[in-house]
Structure formats: C-alpha cells, structure tokens
Design a protein around this ligand. Structure first.
Ligand SMILES: [Zn+2]
Length: 317
C-alpha cells in the first residue's frame, strides 16, 4: 500500500511540476494557477481549504501524499494581452471562488464527514474557519507540504479537549437510533450520492413490477418491501438499472445456506451480449436482504465460503 501511495504521488507530482513549468514558460499570458480539487467525499479538509485559490506562477503546489488535486493555469485578462483593444471584451475566465464558500454550500453531513465531528462542531459554532485547518511545513523530500492541522493545534489543548468530549457525547446520544432505510436513502440524496430521479424511477419500477414479489426458478417468491428496495439501490450498478433486481431474482441458478437462517442465491442472465452475475441474500422469511452484481472470481470466492447447496438449477432445464 505504501509503495502504491508513493508511486501514485510521484506520478501526480511530476505531472503537476510539468504543468507549473509550462505555465511559467508562458508567463506573458498566464497570471497564475488555481487549486483544483476532486470535490468528492474523499477530498480532505486541507484541500477543501485550498479549493479555487489563485496562486502566483512561482508558488509551489503544496499538496500532501495521496492528494488528487491539481493546479489549473489561469490566463491573464484580455486587456493584459490586447491592451486598449481588449478593454471591452467580456471576461470569460472561470470566476475565482473561495474554497470556504464552496465548502459552506455542502450539506451538513458532508461537512461533518470532511472535518470530523469535533471540528465540525466548532465550525458550526462559528469558532473555526476552513482556512484555520490549513497547515504548511517544509519537507526535505517533498518541499512545501500542506496538511490538515489538528483541533489541538488550532485551539490549544484545553479548548480542543472540551470540543472533542462534546462531539463524543453527541455521538453517543445518537447510538441506538439506527438509521432507517428511508432515512438512509434521503441522506444519500442530500449528500449527492444518489439523485432523487434515480429513487423515483426505482420506486416506480417497484410499484409496477416488484411489490407483489418476484418468483425464483424454484417456484419460491422473493418478497421485496419498499425498505428492501432502498437497501438494494445503494449499489450504483443496481440503481442505474433497477430492473436488474427483477432479473437477478428470476434468473437464480443456485441457492445455498448462509448464517442466521439466511440464504445466498446466485443468478446469471444476459443483457444484450453481456453476461451478468449477481449474488443475493434472502432473509429467512424470503425477503430480499441485498443484491449485488459480482464477477466470476467473486462468485467462486462466495461459493467457497457459503454453506451447503439447497437448490440448484438442473442441467436439463
Ligand atoms: Zn488534494
């Protein structure tokens, strides 16, 4: 894993260095570079704090290991290139935004996930700005490196401890209140991981084709409650094609025993010329617990670990 981190970081670093050099070489038309992050759930608080910040051409790109951000060159305005003639030309360059403002627009759950519970609590309380988490240090090998400062570092040990305990207690009071499948899907919509359209489409399909249950080739009917649907559509390969739930059940070729009186079922079908494989988990009352698309290797791994064969499609059928 470490070797992978180093090689990936090296590749990105040489790419960034090359980018920065070419911006510098074109200093007559380049004004600087803009920090551009992945803007997904894996982006760290440090990188969020740098998002869309404008840097001078000679400033180094102070990223950290595993950072996936890159410097995007920013041209000078038309007036700087064309002089008087450029004055009336509208500025079509992307607007420079502040990482702080972009971050503020994220749903609370995402902010909490990025900052962690304690920093998020301080942030919500208005005592922490995103830029406070940005730390920089000189590294012999990597040069200027950015990192996320600890709450202790930002607030001092006494204040940090207070907030960490507070966040811990808040977390504890949430324990036991398990998130319902409906709440979970609503959270995923808020976090931008699933869209409302996708959920609407899956619900429509459920009303039309799944709510009465789907028959497996062995004659048993698998029941699917709306909550089971919300479970199943968390896999993108299912929510992009919710019809696969029905196909997976209708094409089961083997059922095996599993733990807690559950059963595992495997199915295979064709979509155009492409073969699909799925693994299903059935609850003891025949409710669909989960459905995932798998590949042959995973199927072999699953069947090796699974219990005895309870039913298998015969060759003649
Ligand atoms: Zn980054």
């Amino acid at each position: 894993m470490r070797a992978l981190t180093i090689s990936r970081t090296e590749v990105l670093r040489s790419y960034r260095t090359a980018s920065l050099r070419s911006y510098q070489a074109n200093s007559d038309i380049m004004e600087g570079w803009v920090w551009h992050g992945a803007r997904d759930s894996r982006e760290c608080a440090f990188c969020w704090s740098q998002e869309w910040s404008l840097h001078g051409l000679i400033e180094p790109f102070a990223s950290h290991p595993r950072c996936r951000c890159s410097p995007i060159g920013r041209t000078v305005g038309w007036e700087a290139i064309l002089g008087e003639k450029g004055r009336g030309i509208p500025d079509t360059r992307p607007k420079i935004e502040k990482g702080e403002d972009l971050f503020e627009q994220l749903p609370d759950e995402r902010k909490r996930a990025i900052l962690g519970p304690a920093k998020f609590a301080v942030y919500q309380n208005g005592e922490l700005k995103l830029e406070d988490v940005a730390g920089f240090r000189r590294d012999k090998k990597w040069g200027l490196v950015g990192y996320e400062r600890s709450l202790r570092d930002i607030l001092g040990p006494k204040e940090a401890k207070k907030w960490m305990e507070k966040a811990l207690n808040q977390g504890a009071s949430n324990v036991g209140k398990a998130e319902s499948p409906r709440d979970r899907i609503e959270r995923l919509i808020r976090e931008g991981k699933v869209t409302q359209d996708v959920v609407n489409e899956a619900e429509r399909l459920w009303r039309e084709r799944l709510r009465e249950g789907v028959r497996m080739p062995n004659g048993e009917v698998v029941k699917i409650a709306l909550d089971d649907l919300y479970h199943a559509i968390v896999d993108p390969r299912i929510w992009r094609h919710p019809d696969r739930i029905e196909r997976a059940i209708a094409n089961v070729f083997e059922i095996r025993a599993s733990h807690s009186q559950r059963r595992q079922a495997y199915s295979r079908w064709l979509e155009g010329a492409t073969g699909q494989l799925a693994a299903l988990v059935l609850e003891k009352d025949n409710r669909l617990w989960s459905v995932h698309l798998i590949d042959e290797r995973r199927l072999q791994r699953y069947t090796k670990k699974a219990g005895e064969v309870l039913w298998r499609q015969s060759e003649q059928q």
